[in-house]
Ligand binder design. Structure first.
Ligand code: ZN
Length: 365
């Protein structure tokens, strides 16, 4: 089965309530579907994770999230987040992982190629021409006003679809021009960063060697080669092969439809969650962190609760909190800083920190 079909097959199994809805006023919702598949050396495709979603949580939620809210709910980022969870769950499974020469680490078997299906081109630079076909850029403000606004709030990064005529630049996630500020970078920019860091997050990278995204699969009808080339040639890193598919996602973007409020994130054979505002459906509280039952298994705090013990066993850390833990990965930080400098105008988000003490791993020591 090809990659797109394998992901769509997982989506098809969802309950009706987990799919985009027809609202009470008759509006039909659209969403983006993404999924991570492994393709082995016999060309056998296995879907590992899948997700839908087009929303992002405003930056100000980082003041109270403490790792309990999933900030970036775009489908491809959710699918990659769940893939990190899957890696930690399977790290000792000899089907997928083997011993590494690096002490305290495991290595993903080279017979597997990691491929990402997305039903739309990733937001940001890789989708600029495609978006331009049916959606106007935000109306440009007068230069002085535009400048003031971006300098104050975003340190100069292009917000969403603003500064539309600029190509090859770092952008924040798109959204309505009047929506609350998010400094979360576009999926194009985050995927470009993964050309150098790999798809594994800081928790996974302390116990697993880098894992590269080998290929991205997008619909042929929405693929603009020059946009993808420009976007992913901005930095020297691992080449992500772009492949196209004829299959169209039936709940995909359409000018007559509205963006779905909810998203779904799931691991095949594992947990499947419906998310809204970065927490499980029914658990959203305005300006407050969700209670533990409402937290996604895939949020940073819950990932540490589940796997911190395992991570600390193989790669002991002196870090007292999550940000310190990330900072202690010197080589990863160096690479990240290098890429961000190459891409330019990469504005950092708030820290969304949480203590590692008091978790299961800390009480183990
Ligand atoms: Zn996106």
């Amino acid at each position: 089965m090809e990659v797109a079909a394998a992901v769509v097959a997982q989506f098809d199994k969802l309950k009706p309530g987990q799919k985009p809805q027809t609202r009470s006023n008759g509006d039909q919702e659209w969403t983006v579907l993404a999924g991570v598949c492994l393709v082995d050396d016999q060309n056998h495709t296995e879907c590992i994770t899948f997700a839908t979603g087009v929303k992002v949580v405003p930056e100000r939620a980082r003041d109270y999230s403490h790792g309990t809210i999933v900030m970036d709910n775009h489908a491809e980022m959710l699918a990659l987040r769940a893939f990190n969870w899957w890696i930690l769950k399977h790290i000792d499974d000899d089907k997928y992982f083997e011993a590494s020469e690096i002490a305290g680490k495991r290595r993903f078997k080279s017979k597997y190629s990691v491929q990402l299906y997305i039903s739309e081109p990733p937001c940001g630079d890789a989708s600029m021409s495609y978006i331009a076909q049916d959606q106007p850029a935000w109306k440009r403000r007068k230069v002085s006003e535009d400048h003031d606004r971006s300098e104050d709030a975003t340190g100069g990064v292009a917000r969403g679809r603003a500064q539309f005529d600029e190509l090859g630049v770092v952008r924040t996630k798109p959204g309505r021009a009047d929506s609350l500020l998010s400094l979360s970078k576009s999926c194009s920019d985050k995927l470009a960063l993964k050309q150098v860091l790999g798809v594994i997050n800081s928790m996974v990278s302390s116990v697993v060697e880098p894992i590269w995204l080998e290929a991205m699969v997008v619909p042929e009808s929405k693929y603009v080669e020059q946009d993808f080339d420009r976007c992913f040639n901005r930095i020297d890193g691992h080449r992500i092969k772009v492949m196209t598919t004829d299959s169209e996602f039936s709940y995909g973007k359409h000018p007559d439809k509205v963006a779905a409020a909810n998203g779904v994130v799931g691991v095949v054979g594992g947990p499947i969650e419906t998310l809204v505002h970065g927490v499980k459906l029914g658990s959203y509280k305005k300006n407050r962190a969700p209670n533990p039952k409402g937290q996604s298994k895939f949020c940073n705090w819950q990932m540490w609760q589940t796997y911190g013990e395992r991570i600390s066993r193989d790669n002991p850390t002196k870090a007292q909190n999550y940000c310190e833990f990330k900072e202690s990965q010197i080589e990863r930080q160096r690479l990240k800083a290098h890429v961000q400098k190459q891409l330019g105008r990469w504005v950092r988000t708030g820290s969304d920190d949480f203590p590692l003490m008091g978790t299961k791993s800390a009480t183990m020591k």
